[in-house]
Design a protein around this ligand. Structure first.
Ligand code: F0G
Length: 458
């Protein structure tokens, strides 16, 4: 390979047409979707950066695996392959297959949670928080301070803040902590990586205090890339070795296979403790499926087993992270305010700085996501006050900590010219900054309102 140029390390064998559209068409569609990009149909979108979850392109080997899938109810060959692959990677003896990450979260956190229990994470992802709170327990985030400062360039802004972790344990009592959860990379904290040193410190504290330590490992290969590049002592280890080392610090792991297992559906729960595994297995059989398929078809399990190997290929990982960085660096050079340094799976735009004239209660992130769609047909996701803001009973507005728009990049799906199209769209957005107005909500459901809320221009 040429030393300075990173290329997509694959050829394209099957193509999926993109339906192109005009700005005029998109204005009408967006209005009909009540200015909520979640309510658009995929045909109305040119480049879909809503999520990197379940949107990967599978490889020829994975598609071949789909044909080999064994659909037996019990003890399928495909299950044996998936189980063996996960055991080898994680080192955990008990593996429970689920249809996606949140199903694994539900199995585990409904057992460990309940009223009076507290969970501590670097940042809880929204389904993690929802599963914990649904059980009656409390979810507390302890990110490092730098995570709240988009411009601050630090290597591991996904880390958990150890002093706040210790303080929180003291405050609630170790016996009331359901688990410490380390999410790698830290999705809700800007896709930022977590260092091995941070995981080690957490493992030590959890061990001392007898608290369960769970890894949310859905982007662990991307996290391993950053450790190898940025953390002393890991230069000569393979990405897979780094991931294995991190798994071995924890007592269990949850993984949404829709990210770093390079598949469109799937997940698992992996545990060290037999008793806990048996309890979760009972719920698994009641809610997901028998213990050798969970919520999955045999062919899905085959594709997961293959994807979990492919994702650690150094050429793939280099291409993956470099292509995200490519988008982030270009936007940064153009003067678009983003979370720095660029994370693994997405570029996060600081909409509060982009539209300083739109106050948080008028949702600058929603305004940016809508404008991006109108101008270029690019769909992105607001992660700000639409998602996390609320009103107190006395009518005061409590905004989210940050007003972000996430450009999540699907794995192996878009080419560099697609990404150039994305960055070019921002030139137009930059030129028309002052003209853009905020939004007010006209309809919202009681939970997770960002998915279905309706908006109108202020
Ligand atoms: N944990 C993290 C860190 C996640 O990012 C996700 C999903 C889940 C758990 C839940 O997994 O979707 O398979 O049930 N994140 C997606 C996203 C939805 O767009 O970031 P799931």
């Amino acid at each position: 390979m040429h030393r300075k140029v990173t290329i997509e390390p694959f050829r394209i064998k099957t193509v999926e047409p993109i339906k192109l559209s005009t700005a005029e068409e998109r204005r009408v569609w967006l209005q009909k979707a009540h200015y909520n990009p979640f309510l658009l149909t995929s045909d109305q979108v040119i480049i879909d950066l809503l999520t990197d979850s379940g949107t990967s392109a599978m490889s020829t080997e994975q598609w071949a695996g789909i044909m080999r899938g064994d659909e037996s109810y019990a003890g399928a060959r495909s299950w044996q392959r998936m189980e063996a692959e996960i055991k080898d990677l994680t080192g955990f003896p008990y593996i429970l297959p689920t249809h996606q990450g949140r199903a694994a979260e539900h199995l585990l956190y409904s057992k460990l949670g309940g009223p009076g229990k507290v969970f501590i994470a670097n940042t809880h992802f929204d389904t993690t928080r929802a599963n914990i709170e649904f059980s009656g327990a409390k979810a507390i985030d302890c990110p490092v301070e730098a995570a709240l400062h988009p411009e601050e360039e630090l290597p591991f802004k996904g880390n958990m803040d150890i002093p706040s972790l210790l303080k929180t344990i003291d405050r609630y009592g170790a016996e009331n902590i359901g688990a410490i959860i380390l999410t790698v990379t830290n999705n809700s904290g800007g896709g930022q990586p977590v260092s091995m040193e941070n995981a080690r410190q957490i493992a030590e504290i959890a061990g001392e205090k007898g608290i369960l330590f769970i890894l949310d490992a859905c982007r662990i290969a991307e996290n391993a890339y950053f450790i190898k590049q940025r953390e002393a002592g890991f230069e000569n280890k393979s990405y897979r070795e780094i991931a294995r080392e991190m798994f071995r610090l924890a007592d269990g792991a949850i993984m949404s296979a829709k990210k770093d297992a390079l598949v469109n559906m799937g997940g698992f729960l992996a545990l060290k403790d037999l008793d806990l595994a048996l309890q979760c297995r009972t719920s698994l059989i009641i809610t997901e499926g028998y213990s050798t398929y969970g919520g999955l078809s045999g062919r899905d399990m085959e594709a997961i087993a293959i994807g979990l190997r492919e994702v650690f290929d150094p050429h793939y990982l280099e291409y993956r992270i470099r292509s995200t960085t490519y988008v982030g660096d270009k936007l940064h050079e153009m003067g678009v305010p983003i979370i720095r340094p660029v994370g693994g799976h997405a570029v996060y735009i600081d909409a509060k700085s982009f539209y300083p004239h739109i106050p948080p209660e008028q949702f600058p992130g929603q305004a940016l996501a809508c404008k991006l769609y109108e101008v270029a047909g690019i769909r992105a996701c607001e992660i700000g006050s639409v998602m996390f803001g609320h009103y107190e009973e006395d009518g005061t507005f409590v905004p989210a900590a940050m007003e972000l728009v996430r450009l999540a990049i699907p794995r192996r799906v878009y080419t560099q010219s697609h990404m150039d199209y994305v960055t070019e769209a921002f030139r137009e957005l930059l030129d028309e900054r002052e003209k853009v107005r905020g939004f007010r909500i006209t309809y919202e459901p009681p939970f997770l309102r960002h998915f279905t809320a309706h908006f109108e221009h202020v």
